[in-house]
Design a binder for this molecule. Structure first.
Ligand SMILES: Nc1nc2c(c(=O)[nH]1)N[C@H]1C(S)=C(S)[C@@H](COP(=O)(O)O)O[C@H]1N2
Ligand SMILES: [Mo]
Length: 315
């Protein structure tokens, strides 16, 4: 660890989303962690870039995959294993991946992978191997469980499927008002309200967020400038307050490229029931579907979110 800390140090704000986020909204429902839309967050990660370390170790001509091994060991679907995930060598040698030992300006916590974890900006959570113990460059495609069996998009059990890689675009609405305990419907008063939320994609920067307040027609939302301190949830500081960052280090020049962005939309709430939603489109043209993209593992379901609200009569 002392050698790693002595290497160049960078800080990047990265949105990390579990590939299973949205799984519990699928029908039939795949049996695994029943995430709705909550399995996502953004943090500032500080560590040392991976690529220079790999180059220093020597990447041979025939290098194909880079395998990251965590310290956790268990059984999944009958297979005893260490948690291991491989990245294609070209991905591992990009500028973005880092070996992180700090999170939000504090030492990395045990539950987030202390003492050292891999951060692969833009990729779904399974790639960000925690509790790193070993990094191995291999000269053939890695066939470990988490790459070859678990994280694949399949319609049928007997097909090889497509590997799960980068995060599909998604926008979330910060539920306005306050909740009704049992139904979870959000209750708010009539009148003008600023709706807001977050939008992200692991493929390319988010270019556009559209909002619906009737569940059917769409209008353009405003995107906050990149950065701006919208990392820790709650009431995000507006652009005027600028970077209300808590971390110790300045962000890297490209340190915001894979972090979510805040969006806002001015709405006048009228009495009655409304269905709110937001839809992100990124610079690669990818956007969010209205029908859930079903697969056996329940991965990458970036279905447009629906938030039911009940606006009260004027007081
Ligand atoms: N060693 C190890 N790393 C791991 C995992 C794991 O089970 N073991 N789970 C992965 C998955 S599926 C996700 S979504 C993220 C979650 O990161 P967090 O616990 O910091 O939120 O860790 C990833 N890294
Ligand atoms: Mo995950």
């Amino acid at each position: 660890m002392a050698d790693l800390r002595a290497r160049p140090r960078v800080t990047r704000r990265v949105t990390l989303e579990c590939a299973g986020n949205g799984r519990a909204l699928l029908e039939p429902r795949p049996v695994s962690q029943p995430w709705l839309v909550e399995a996502v967050g953004t943090a500032e990660w500080t560590g040392t870039p991976l690529a220079p370390l790999l180059r220093a170790a020597g990447v041979g001509e025939g290098a194909v995959d880079v395998v990251f091994t965590g310290a956790d060991h268990g059984i999944e679907r009958g297979v005893e294993q260490d948690y291991q995930r491989a990245l294609p060598v070209a991905e591992a040698l990009r500028d973005e991946p880092l070996l992180a030992y700090e999170m939000n300006g504090a030492p990395l916590l045990p539950q987030h992978g202390a003492p050292l974890r891999l951060i692969v900006p833009g990729w779904y959570g399974m790639a960000h191997v925690k509790w790193l113990r070993r990094i191995t460059i291999v000269d053939r495609p890695f066939d470990g469980f988490q790459n070859a069996v678990a994280y694949r998009l399949r319609q049928r059990p007997d097909e090889p499927g497509v590997p799960v890689t980068r995060i599909e675009p998604r926008a979330l609405v910060r539920p306005p008002g306050f909740p009704d305990f049992m139904s979870r419907v959000r209750v708010l008063r009539p009148g003008p309200v600023i709706l807001d939320g977050r939008a992200w994609s692991g493929h390319a920067p988010v270019e556009r967020v559209e909002v619906t307040t009737d569940g059917a027609t769409w209008a353009e939302a405003a995107l906050d400038p990149v950065g701006g301190g919208a990392t820790w949830g709650g009431a995000a500081p507006g652009p005027a307050e600028g970077g209300a960052r808590r971390g110790g280090d300045a962000l890297d020049p490209a340190g915001d490229d894979f972090a979510w962005r805040r969006w806002t939309f001015a709405w006048t709430a009228t009495p009655g029931r409304h269905t709110l939603g937001a839809r992100a489109t990124d610079a690669s043209g990818r956007t969010q579907p209205d029908r859930p993209p079903w697969n056996r593992g329940g991965f990458a379901n970036n279905l447009v979110q629906r938030v039911e609200v009940a606006v009260t009569e004027a007081d």
